[in-house]
Design a binder for this molecule. Structure first.
Ligand code: TXA
Ligand code: MG
Length: 319
């Protein structure tokens, strides 16, 4: 099926796809999602089959509003504080307390866990799709399991080649890496399960304590050692590339960089937000151009640098 431009007709087609149990790939501010009606187990099972994703790896369910979400879950005061502050936005909350109101969210979404990850995305197309289809939408990133995340419609097409669903084109995802996943462990305390587009400092600024330090406590089941893999081998923390290699730079170029065949700079000014937004876009671009290696310069490990380094390490991992 084609990539559809965003317009009134096509967004209605996509909403009808969701309502009738089909998949739709759609843009969010973080990455593109591969969506299905979260209330329909058969529809959700198509996500796992299409991505070749193991069924124990749970999905994030998306909502258009806090009111819609509250039909399905009870939030404590810390969860509500985070929700009101960061939604719509790049925060995913892992919730414990499901309500007893039917219809239930399909058990397949939680991959066998008792918890459910939820998010309200900050993207007009995603929100319109959620409103028009009027059901919660389960959506992982719209790529083949363990490969580079898609931040453009054409990445979805390249990743899921023999796909049979519509892709709504919303241009480039502005944040460019996935949401930050949190669980509230006790009032005013959280664990970060996956570092992402929301800077941990913004959470700390609300007076909330982050229990885990750096990326030691990654518990999300999908957080395997090897993930986000491009076809081309990555060499991390180096400045020197030879004439069949590409250099993925960050900040000011050092004097000696060897003779890279191509240089892309994640952020010439050394801005981590800009680097996060460019990370997957530039990896996709270089990976399609067949260099023998992609050499990546060191990226600082503060703020969004944690999320960037984590993705680079997984993308470079062999097994
Ligand atoms: O930005 C995003 O979060 C994007 C957009 C589309 O919303 N979605 C996304 O989904 O990145 P996915 O499936 O590619 O990554 C979700 C991660 C997986 O590593 C999964 O294991 C973890 O979230 N996860 C989902 N439910 C969980 C739960 N109940 N407890 C812990 N981790 C969970
Ligand atoms: Mg993913």
């Amino acid at each position: 099926m084609p990539i559809l431009d965003y317009n009134k007709t096509n967004i209605n087609i996509a909403a009808n796809d969701i309502k009738s149990g089909n998949l739709v790939a759609f843009p969010t501010e973080t990455v593109y999602g591969l969506g299905a009606n979260a209330l329909d187990s058969l529809a959700v099972s198509k996500i796992f089959a299409t991505k070749k994703r193991p069924s124990f790896n749970p999905l994030i369910v998306h909502f258009h509003s806090l009111n819609q979400l509250k039909r399905y879950f009870e939030l404590n005061s810390t969860e509500l504080l985070l929700a009101k502050h960061f939604w719509p936005g790049a925060l995913t909350l892992v919730l414990q307390n499901k309500t007893t109101i039917k219809p239930f969210i399909s058990e397949l979404c939680s991959g066998g866990l008792t918890t459910q990850a939820v998010r309200i995305p900050n993207h007009t197309i995603a929100l319109e799709l959620l409103l028009l289809s009027d059901v919660p939408i389960a959506a992982p990133s719209a790529n083949l399991s363990n490969t580079l995340s898609p931040i453009m419609a054409k990445h979805v097409e390249l990743s899921l080649q023999s796909y049979d669903f519509n892709i709504i084109d919303g241009g480039k995802s502005v944040l460019g890496i996935e949401s930050t996943i949190l669980e509230v462990t006790e009032l005013n305390c959280v664990n970060i399960l996956r570092y992402g587009s929301l800077d941990p400092q913004e959470i700390a600024n609300l007076g909330i304590t982050i229990n885990n330090e750096k990326s030691t406590a990654i518990k999300a089941p999908g957080n395997l050692k090897k993930h986000y893999s491009p076809k081309t081998k990555l060499i991390l923390n180096s400045n020197i590339a030879n004439n069949d290699e590409a250099l993925l730079a960050f900040g000011v170029l050092p004097n000696n960089i060897g003779k890279p065949k191509k240089i892309l700079n994640l952020s010439p000014s050394g801005d981590l937000h800009e680097a996060a937004a460019n990370l997957f876009a530039m990896l996709w671009e270089l990976d399609l151009e067949n260099y023998s290696n992609i050499v990546v310069m060191p990226i600082p490990t503060n703020g969004l640098g944690i999320a960037i380094n984590e993705r680079l390490e997984k993308a470079a991992a062999k097994e």
